[in-house]
Ligand binder design. Sequence first.
Ligand code: NAP
Length: 488
Amino acid sequence: MDLKSRLNDPTLFKTDSYIKGEWVGAQTRFQVINPANMAPLAEVADIEAEGAHKAVKAAHQAFQSWKKVSPFEREVLIQRWHDLILENKDDLATLLTSEMGKPFEEAKGEIDYGAGFVTWSAQEAKRLYGETIPVQRAGTRGWTIRQPVGVVGCITPWNFPAAMITRKCAPALAAGCTIVIKPAEDTPLTALALAELADRAGFPPGVFNMITGEAKEIGPVLTGSDDVAMIGFTGSTEVGKLLMEQAAKGVKRVALELGGNAPFIIMDDADLDKAVAGVIHSKFRAGGQTCVCANRIIVQEGVADAFLAKLKPAIEAVKVGDGFDRDVKIGPVIHLEALERIEDLVRDAQDHGGTVLSGGHSLRARLGGAFFEPTLIEGASSASKIWNSEIFGPVASVYRAKDEADILAMANNTPYGLAAYVYTRDIGRVYRLSEGLDYGMVAVNAPSVGSPATPFGGVKQSGIGREGGKWGVEEFTNLKFVLLGDVE
Ligand code: NAP
């Protein structure tokens, strides 16, 4: 069945770019592929650098009035966008599963999660408070105000085609910024449907723009234009560094949500059943393709055998297949290149002392798409690729460690610092490990860490800035100090 006919509202299915309130096509188009069967889904406009310039100009013009719109009015529009997103949840999830592959129920969960940031930001628009500050000289007064930074260039990845857009765009709009979004080329359909819903919500033309096309053409327009004040990027550390370098020329603000290499620590006093359930959730969400997925599962040696004995059958019970099939927990990985990269990681882990306890193979031949078996590996050395890089696939890699000091040293032995997980029932360990882990977020006895109310972001090479909560909105503001003299 063709994708459009699977949607209740086929008018959500857009393939052109959205600039200044209009849908803009292009002669050149690129294909979007369903990774579950490699069938083409759509051809999307490549609007090239020229289109990106148009979008920036529109956003810059619109900023002059949007920044003056009352936060209460901004709240109404953003909340309307939120309501439309939830009203169209099934259709958005259909697009998402088709182009990204994650199971349909999980895709619906992403729409809920992403919408949560929209409603939170809508409400936060009117809470961007300043402060009054006692100043030294008698007769003077001082206070701060928060003002929107300006036009934000938002560049987003394919692994959360909806939520990575809403998590940065909604707070930017709430702060009074206008936006130009470039979604990932693998997953533009969910993104463009969100733009269609923004159009229906009634944002003034130019406030919300979405452009599709070649990253290498569009990126430099966003980082190089004097009319863009800030780059909000979610993606790999490699591309984040490149954008930061480009933005540095204009001393542009950057907010970077980059890669991770999450340790998932299981201490010898942990509840092993909960730890196993935690690993299954954290490791296999989105087929193992999230920045906060358990990447290095570090188990204290006294419980390692017992833990592996429980983990192995749990992994073998996870069903792989097309995300639209009921019971499927793991869909395909994003494309065939990713599949080959995972095969290489597994081979390299074996070359570095790792033993494959379960799985280990591509399912491309059997299932027809970019599928990989849920896999369990134990004991690869810290020289292996699997220890040092984001796995981004359904492969659980387990390591044994002696004691707390050993575990902390292992966990911090990476240039990344996004999320870490600890399973323990000892309150002293909770304090010592959560404070000792060089990560932006630590979850204790919980397998996930993000929510609309809380700060999400990393340290070290995992990024700069925070998304979520009041911090996520403040990120898109400048703090201005006003001094008033001679008032007495
Ligand atoms: P990516 O290759 O860095 O791409 C991310 C975005 O950047 C895409 O829109 C991509 O466009 C664009 N891009 C690529 N090269 C560019 C360039 N030279 N100039 C401007 N833009 C460029 O990452 P990905 O493979 O999509 O996503 C996976 C990565 O994202 C992982 O490292 C993951 O950890 C990270 N991530 C981090 C978070 C977080 O919150 N910290 C959340 C989700 C994902 P094209 O698609 O058109 O190439």
